[in-house]
Design a protein around this ligand. Structure first.
Ligand code: ADP
Ligand code: MG
Length: 578
């Protein structure tokens, strides 16, 4: 207890809120309960937006998307034990995606530690595996410096999550207001440039390429390198390929985008410049048969430990993508150069783009019912506003949707990401809608979900309705995981036994009315089976800027992607980034 009663007191909760505010943290997502409720209340009082979610996992996904979209970490606030454990999924996902995030967990009272306290769990240790920094302040007076360090660590170098543990007895404990010193807001992340000689060599490797390719990853999106990269692409007339979340850094409809010829471009390029994209499973590790055995990689990344993973690069450029792209541009300004637009490489790529686009248009034009994926996505693409956020998850829904649905702006696509996480969609959509509300009112969020993916965080529809976020949820429903049964086959199958005995594990209930989850909370719901119904309901949903809606789109339960070139023999059945 403080002896000086005349001095103003401040609670631990208020100190946390003020420390976050001082570090320019603007958004907090979470679920309150003992012992963190007061922290949420204090944050809200200081003008930090607090969004109450229905599961900590979704709250953590939302907070991590804030970090990617704004460059400043969002906070996920959770209770002790199970609350914290639910959030680990979101933390791991953020870690895999290299997105900044601050997780704040309440924990049991210090004097009960190791005694079997309520929801006691070794939280600081549990978070270490998923974070860049994980700590518990030793006193209330130490909270501001720990929060500053967490925020700073989350955005300096390769971005990532940080954890701050708050024992229950800190939350309501009062200390003398003068005993707490707030650490000034940390400086923006330092910008590091590439080594001059390496930049020079990189430029000359590009100049000498016969079949060059730029790959633009979500690191480039995070780095806000859109302007510089576009200049590089246009000035040097180079083909580029976005990764899933690299889509939109340069618009998908740019004439130099070779996304529709992805496999071909990867397989025959002789020089590949990687701007913030790791050579992991998404890029087939950079190895044959998906690439030439002697392809020269030029790797641009902010993380030194990433350079040289899986391949021996020809050139490594350590630093900020935006700065390094500008350095490359300087080289091409000094000695102008462009890749010949009449080269056979460009011809090959253009031809392949044409063939592949025609193949999906052909599938989209099929009139049979139930609809296939391509028909659905073409109709959706036709109506989408150019500036909307596109959130997407599901297996085929995400993979096929990505090839049809276009992005025109950077950091406007959010999906299952590096970790291939299902259940991220609603949290991401909520984060995007909150950012849109503050920065660009009227901007829409379209969330394209598989029926299985929707199920992971479906109760967040209540959150969407409570805050009246005009998100449009599309559930592309094939009655199952990867695929399902139609209602008749399902009934027929049940004749052979109880559902737990005979239903294949991938099955979900046929013709589930997911749209009623939305109407249950006052939003608009549509159940659609034809292209006309889809067009009409999407039009209505887009016109209504005051309400969320969910369009449940029934598709052929056995529908799948168009047949791929299987000669590559890469044996990946689930997500293949064609
Ligand atoms: P994708 O999934 O789009 O292929 P990844 O998540 O695999 O992208 O790769 C993103 C990379 O970008 C990471 O290796 C990360 O270190 C890097 N990165 C993030 N921010 C920057 C930045 N400002 N400058 C350079 N590299 C960055
Ligand atoms: Mg499905």
């Amino acid at each position: 207890e403080n002896s000086d009663r005349s001095e103003k007191q401040v609670s631990g909760a208020e100190v946390i809120a003020q420390a976050l505010k001082t570090q320019d943290v603007a958004y907090m997502f979470g679920i309150v309960g003992i012992p963190v409720t007061e922290i949420a209340v204090a944050a809200q009082k200081l003008g930090i937006t607090y969004v109450g979610m229905r599961n900590e996992q979704a709250a953590c996904y939302a907070a991590s998307a804030i970090g990617y979209l704004t460059g400043r970490p969002g906070v996920c606030l959770v209770v002790s034990g199970p609350g914290l454990i639910h959030a680990l999924g979101g933390m791991a996902n953020a870690n895999m995606n290299c997105w900044p995030l601050i997780l704040i967990g309440g924990s049991s009272e210090r004097r009960q530690e190791t005694m079997g306290a309520f929801q006691e769990f070794p939280q600081v240790e549990a978070c270490r595996l998923y974070s860049k920094f994980s700590a518990r302040p030793s006193s209330i007076e130490c909270i501001p410096s720990i929060i500053e360090k967490a925020v700073r660590s989350s955005i300096y170098g390769r971005p990532g999550p940080c954890y701050v543990d708050i024992p229950a007895d800190f939350v309501n404990f009062q200390v003398n207001v003068n005993s707490v010193k707030y650490v000034e807001c940390c400086m923006p992340p330092p910008v590091s440039m590439g080594e001059t000689s390496a930049v020079y060599i990189a430029a000359s490797v590009i100049r000498n390429a016969r079949q060059p390719l730029l790959i633009i990853g979500k690191g480039a999106a995070y780095a806000h390198a859109e302007e510089a990269l576009r200049k590089l692409v246009e000035q040097c007339k180079l083909p580029f390929l976005p990764t899933p979340m690299g889509k939109g850094v340069i618009p998908d409809n740019h004439p130099n985008c070779v996304a529709a010829a992805r496999s071909r471009a990867l397989q025959f390029a002789d020089v590949i410049v990687l701007f913030g994209a790791r050579l992991n499973w998404i890029l087939h590790f950079g190895l044959p048969p998906r690439y030439q055995p002697d392809v020269k990689f030029i790797q641009v990344d902010i993380c030194a430990e990433e350079l040289g993973n899986n391949v021996k690069p020809a050139v490594i450029l350590l630093g900020d993508i935006n700065a390094i792209t500008k350095q490359l541009l300087e080289q091409f300004d000094k000695t102008p150069w462009q890749y010949p637009p009449e080269s056979s490489w460009w011809q090959t790529l253009r031809e392949k783009v044409k063939i592949n686009e025609a193949a999906s248009k052909e599938l989209a034009s099929q009139k049979s019912l139930p609809m296939n994926y391509y028909t659905v996505f073409y109709h959706v693409q036709e109506q989408l506003p150019r500036d909307c956020f596109v959130v997407s998850e599901g297996a085929n829904t995400m993979d096929i949707g990505r090839t049809v649905i276009q992005n025109y702006l950077p950091r406007h696509r959010l999906d299952a990401g590096t970790f291939g996480t299902m259940g991220v969609g609603l949290g991401f959509a909520i984060a995007a809608a909150i950012v849109a509300k503050d920065r660009n009112p009227g901007q829409r969020v379209i969330c394209v979900e598989g029926d299985s993916a929707f199920g992971f965080s479906g109760m967040e529809v209540e959150t969407i309705c409570r805050y009246n976020l005009p998100i449009i949820l599309l559930v592309v429903n094939n009655n199952g995981i990867y695929q399902g049964f139609d209602a008749d086959s399902w009934k027929e199958m049940l004749k052979f036994g109880d559902s737990t005995a005979v239903a294949p594990p991938f099955c979900l209930l046929p013709n589930s009315h997911y749209e009623q989850v939305m109407t249950a909370f006052g939003g608009k719901g549509y159940f659609v089976q034809t292209p006309e119904e889809l067009q009409k309901s999407l039009k209505q949903s887009l016109a209504d800027t005051t309400k969320p809606s969910l369009i449940n789109i029934m598709i052929e339960p056995q529908s799948s992607r168009k047949t791929q070139d299987t000669s590559l023999g890469n044996g990946e059945a689930v997500h293949s980034y064609e």
